[in-house]
Design a protein around this ligand. Structure first.
Ligand SMILES: Nc1nc2c(ncn2[C@@H]2O[C@H](COP(=O)(O)OP(=O)(O)O)[C@@H](O)[C@H]2O)c(=O)[nH]1
Ligand SMILES: [Mg+2]
Length: 281
């Protein structure tokens, strides 16, 4: 499992990587932004080999110079090639623009993410898990499904737990759900709430769903009118599928494609699989 460790400057990324590797592998400094490049560190745990990608810290845009911009580009590249992202949040400072920028990149790439709340040794006296959870839900509402681990990287506290959670997400992202189960679940969700057509347009009917890929779990819905499926409904469907299927804590990719009629046989309809079929997200 490749794990990208991202977060703003001074969040404790290099400290965490050192805790994982069990030795001083990367530079930890009181001076923010000491780690300039993404560094791959291999480590072993319970007989498995992992790669942690320690990314350079990212500074606020207002003060971004060329090097900072380069660092951010590196962080994005690290997110892209990772299986799972560990987003480190410094509990001693407010969540800011850099955190949000990283979150947007993680969401865009559909990467499973563990939120590590670091420096909990300093924060736990001023706040508690419930309060911080509430704060997070408001500050980063698009990561509600992501599990949270309270960390003290400096003492290696909960670092193993974070790896276990990351591994569980890696597994979830590779789950495959049978077409029968998926369609049964899809019908249930549509039963709870139907996609609403715009006034004067034909009713939206979803005929058939199938999982076409893993990591991220990618589900294609064949329907009569993909253009009319709203972003709101797409999100509703994603959240419900996440609840009902073994994708509890990972992002999914949903695609709505055009198809002429309801199928009874196995496999996607031929017409919808053709090149000019419509994709709408
Ligand atoms: N109190 C406390 N300090 C920490 C913790 N983790 C890291 N630090 C300190 O935070 C500073 C920045 O750490 P570093 O790993 O270089 O951050 P990076 O910029 O994200 O790589 C250093 O002084 C660390 O000793 C922690 O869990 N608790
Ligand atoms: Mg560093």
């Amino acid at each position: 499992m490749k794990l990208a460790i991202v977060g703003k400057r001074n969040a404790g990324k290099s400290t965490l990587v050192n805790a994982l590797a069990g030795e001083e592998r990367v530079i930890v400094s009181e001076i923010p932004g000491t780690t300039r490049d993404a560094v791959d560190v291999r480590f072993e745990k319970d007989g498995r080999v992992y790669v942690a990608i320690d990314t350079a810290g990212v500074r606020k845009k207002r003060s971004m110079n060329d090097v900072d911009f380069y660092s951010f580009t590196r962080a994005l590249a690290s997110i892209r090639r990772a299986d799972v992202v560990l987003m480190l949040i410094d509990a001693t400072v407010p969540i800011g623009e850099v955190d949000l920028k990283l979150v947007r990149a993680i969401v865009y790439e559909h990467k499973p993410v563990v939120i590590g709340i670091n420096k909990w040794d300093l924060a736990h006296e001023k706040t508690d898990i419930e309060a911080f959870d509430e704060y997070l839900a408001k500050a980063v509402p698009n990561l509600v499904y992501a599990p949270i681990v309270l960390l003290t990287a400096r003492d290696g506290k909960n670092v193993d737990a974070a790896i276990d959670v990351a591994l569980a997400l890696h597994k979830q992202a590779h789950e495959r759900i049978s077409t029968a189960k998926l369609n049964e679940t899809m019908e249930q969700v549509v039963g709870e709430r139907e996609p609403m057509p715009k006034r004067g347009t034909k009713r939206i009917r979803i005929y058939y769903a199938t999982q076409v890929a893993t990591a991220p779990p990618t589900i294609v819905f064949f329907c009569n009118n993909p253009d009319l499926v709203t972003e709101n409904y797409r999100r509703f469907m994603e959240n419900r599928l996440r609840d009902l299927l073994p994708f509890k804590e990972v992002p999914m990719r949903l695609e709505f494609r055009a198809s002429g009629a309801k199928r009874t046989g196995e496999g996607p309809p031929r017409s919808a699989a053709s090149k000019d079929s419509h994709t709408s997200r």
